[in-house]
Write a protein of this length. Structure first.
Length: 150
């Protein structure tokens, strides 16, 4: 297999694996012992630009930056893993912060069943403002019922 193809596969697998990492972290860490950082994300924004929850951006950036740096000398597999992690972080910012939470007024309207389902699943997650009894902890993958409910 050519190196460029292997590198693309490593990047895609890393990106997809980050969905599991995000789900696990969100369910068991953000809604667990780091709830004090995540709690404000479940409250109305009310005239604040940043949330304590935004600190997770830096926490998740560390493995991406670290693996990119480790793989930089020869573009080894670590670089491509870091690229996958970083691309997931960028996707998270665009989808979660800009599209779902409308931190910027772009991406307001869509006719995509997938994107509207994703937004619905996330709204259901935010219906519960407490630490326990939540659902829909992932970002890109969610129960199929949200694709079809309006």
């Amino acid at each position: 297999m050519p190196d460029f193809l292997l590198n693309i596969i490593i990047t895609i697998i890393s990106f997809l694996f980050m969905e599991f990492v995000a789900w696990f972290t969100h369910k068991y860490i953000m809604h667990g012992f780091l709830w004090y950082l995540h709690k404000d994300h479940h409250l109305p924004m009310k005239n604040r630009i940043f949330e304590k929850n935004d600190s997770f951006f830096f926490i998740f950036a560390v493995p991406g930056i670290t693996t990119i740096i480790l793989g930089l000398p020869d573009y080894s597999w670590e670089f491509w893993v870091g690229l996958g992690i970083t691309l997931y972080g960028f996707a998270y910012f665009v989808i979660h912060d800009l599209f779902i939470h409308q931190r910027s007024k772009i991406f307001r309207n869509t006719k995509s069943k997938y994107l509207n389902g994703l937004r619905r699943a996330h709204k259901i997650h935010h219906k519960n403002i407490g630490k326990k009894n939540g659902e829909n902890f992932g970002m890109l993958f969610f129960p199929i019922k949200y694709w079809f409910n309006s």
